[in-house]
Structure formats: C-alpha cells, structure tokens
Design a protein around this ligand. Structure first.
Ligand code: NAP
Ligand code: ZN
Ligand code: ZN
Length: 360
C-alpha cells in the first residue's frame, strides 16, 4: 500500500482536495515532510487554477491517486530553509510551478530540461521519493527542494503573476523552441483560455503577428482590444478558416477538450508547425495527406525546465506580462471550475489562499 503523508510526515497541513472522480473539492487535513537540508518551506499566498487541476481531479487522464490536492501556479513567502539551502532566505517571495523533482543526472536534467526527465516528479498527485504522493498549492504551505523553487522578480505582481508558473512557461517554451519567437512570425493561438491568453501576450512581446482561433465569438473584442491580438477567427466558421488557408508559420493549440486539428493543419504554410500543448481526454485524429502536402510538422511541448521558467519570469517582468485574473476565495473553487469549463473566466482564476484558507 502507498505510504501516505499522514503516516510519514510530521507537519500538519490543510487545504482543498478532491477524493473521487466527481472532482469536487472539499477541505482536507493532511501533512507534509519536515524541512530537509535542501528544502525550502513557504506559506502559500496565491495559487492559479489550471485546467490540468481539473483533468487530475476528475481522473480524465486515468492516472490520479486520491485524494488529490492540486495547484501548480504557486507564489508564497519563505518561512524556513534547510541547513544546506544556498539560494533562498526566510522572508523571500518565491514561486513553484509544475515540477518538484527529477533525477538531476540524466541528459535532460543536464540540459536544464527537467520536464523531460523520465523520473520527473509533478507538484501534485505524483509519487515522491519517500513513497508519499505530492500535494500542491491549494493548501496552506509547501515544502520543496530548492532546485525546483523560483526567485520572484521584484516588479512582478504576486497574484496575476502566479499563472506564469504553468501557463506562462508552457507557452513561452514552445514558441522559443520551435522558432516561433521571431518578429513578423505569423502565429495562431488556438483556445483563448488561461494558456491561450498568455500565449497571445508572449507572441506579441516577441513581435509576432498574432491571430486568435476561438470558439467563443464573445471574446473577439477583448482579444483585439484588451489582449492586442492582431486578428480573431471563430474556428468553427469554415468561411473564416478558408480565408486564411496556408498563411501561418506556426499554431499553438492550447485547447483542453477534444476538437478536430485538421482545420489548423490547413491554415499552415508549407513547413508550418502545429504545436500541441492542450491535452484533451481522447487522442487526436492525424491525417497524413495534409502533413505530406507541405512538409508540415506536428509537435508537442511540456511546460519548461527550471532555468527557462526563471528566464520566462524575468522576461515577463521586463515586458509587463501577467495573467488577466479573477481573484477568488478558496471556498469558491468548485464554482470557479464549473465556470472555467464553460469558458466563463477572463482568463485565469487565482485563489487568494493566504486570505481565505483558515486552518481549523
Ligand atoms: P482553459 O483555461 O480551460 O482554456 C482552454 C480553452 O480551450 C477554452 O478557454 C476554450 O477557448 C477552448 N475550448 C474549450 N473547450 C473547447 C472545445 N470543445 N472545442 C474547442 N475549443 C475549446 O484551460 P488551460 O488551463 O488554458 O489549459 C488548456 C489545456 O492545456 C489543458 O488540457 C491543460 O491540461 C493543458 N496544459 C498543458 C500543459 C503542458 O505542459 N503541455 C501545461 C498546462 C496545461 P475558446 O473559448 O477561445 O474556444
Ligand atoms: Zn498547469
Ligand atoms: Zn533526469
């Protein structure tokens, strides 16, 4: 039987977790490990709600062990550091994203690509080295190995900056890696949600010409005026899609639900790239002809490594990139999830953990 934090760990913790596939969140008592030599303990201030939290809470990817305490867009303030911690001090503002462990010795880890380490450990619902399951930021405090803790840039807001820790790096990293960060790049962003709206801001900061592909006509004006996207296309409108056939260098698909990808292959130029970061429940259909006829590429990308996440935070601070958020108390989380699933949030819910989670 898997060890539980309750039997292995001495420090009481409190948060919100889901206990079955309904994904309903309720208050939960659990515990965390004592601060190890290389650990940073911090009080959680803010935590974004990523769609991945819902995939996990409802076991949509078939990998969840309950109870799950999600949250991987976490900003907090350091309360204790282990004796061998070199990079952080008590009182410092820090961030933790999607990763809390990796082997630190494979080729991916050596290349600062911890997210591709075969032994990487996610921030929640993943077995940790001591056999317990990791638990995330919908909670009062966290304890994390310092390698996986980020310095928070001074002029970056804490609440609206929190979503950068997942949504920010998940969009920054592929745009860089696939060479879609060049001025003048014709870039499409599919799905204007938490990831999508930050992708628009990243793309604009790189100097790309950004088109939003959305299913929600009501987002048109906000996308063009608020987010400064250059164009807005309703992806279900075949006439609008037809009009841009063969015109894009790259498309970043952030959609969380099953949807056809053929229309997005059709709007790519020859040698164009369709990059998937959204993870729907069921596999995509991938026809060969549209790829062959134009030497097109379909790729994927997983979050970002620690070095790149730190770089992305600095880039965002410098370029004024934050998420558009709705700040909520933690007991609103179930309503927030229902609203997110209806695309009824502009564009990320962030939980005001420190001010709304009252330890009993
Ligand atoms: P989100 O805020 O819910 O945004 C998803 C957007 O997808 C929605 O706002 C909506 O945009 C669009 N959409 C939803 N249902 C759709 C449908 N049936 N057909 C077409 N479009 C639809 O979610 P998120 O937090 O941005 O996360 C998006 C996905 O990325 C999730 O699957 C998440 O697990 C995944 N993710 C992956 C990584 C990674 O490292 N690869 C990291 C984080 C998250 P419109 O209203 O504009 O159509
Ligand atoms: Zn996420
Ligand atoms: Zn490794």
């Amino acid at each position: 039987m898997a060890k539980t934090p309750e039997t292995e760990h001495p420090i009481k913790s409190y948060g919100y977790g889901a206990c079955d596939t309904s994904g309903t969140f309720a208050p939960l008592n659990f515990s965390r490990r004592a601060t190890g030599d290389k650990d940073v303990r911090f009080k959680v201030l803010y935590c974004g709600i990523c769609h991945t939290d819902v995939h996990f809470a409802r076991n949509e990817w078939g990998v969840t062990t309950y109870p799950v305490v999600p949250g991987h867009e976490i900003v907090g303030i350091v309360t204790e550091v282990g004796s061998k911690v070199e990079k952080f001090k008590v009182g410092e503002t820090v961030g933790v994203g999607c990763l809390v462990g990796s082997c630190r010795s494979c080729q991916s880890c050596d290349n600062n690509l911890e997210q591709y380490c075969s032994k990487m450990i996610l921030t929640y619902a993943f077995p940790y080295y001591d056999g317990t399951m990791t638990r995330g930021g919908y909670s009062d405090h966290m304890v994390t190995d310092e390698h996986f803790v980020l310095h928070w840039p001074e002029n970056l807001p804490l609440d609206s900056g929190a979503p950068l820790l997942c949504a920010g790096v998940t969009t920054y990293s592929p745009l860089k890696h696939y060479g879609l960060d060049k001025p003048g790049t014709k870039l499409g962003i599919v799905g204007l949600g938490g990831l999508g709206h930050i992708a628009v801001k990243m793309g604009k900061a790189f100097g790309a010409e950004v088109t939003v592909f959305s299913t929600t006509e009501a987002k048109r004006q906000e996308a063009l005026e608020g987010l400064k996207a250059d164009h807005f296309i309703v992806s279900k409108d075949s006439e609008q899609m037809q009009a841009v056939t063969g015109t894009f260098d790259g498309i970043l698909d952030t959609v969380s639900a099953n949807h056809p990808i053929l229309p997005f292959l059709n709007v790519l130029k020859p040698d164009g790239k369709l990059i998937l970061v959204g993870v729907p429940e069921k596999p995509h259909e991938l026809p060969a002809f549209p790829l062959i006829m134009g030497r097109k590429i379909v790729g994927g990308s997983n979050i970002g490594g620690l070095k790149e996440t730190q770089e992305m935070l600095e880039f965002s601070a410098k370029n004024g990139i934050t998420a558009d958020i709705e700040l909520i108390p933690i007991d609103y989380v179930n309503t927030a999830v229902d609203r997110m699933l209806k695309s009824d949030v502009r564009y990320r819910f962030v939980i005001d953990v420190a001010n709304s989670l009252k330890t009993p």
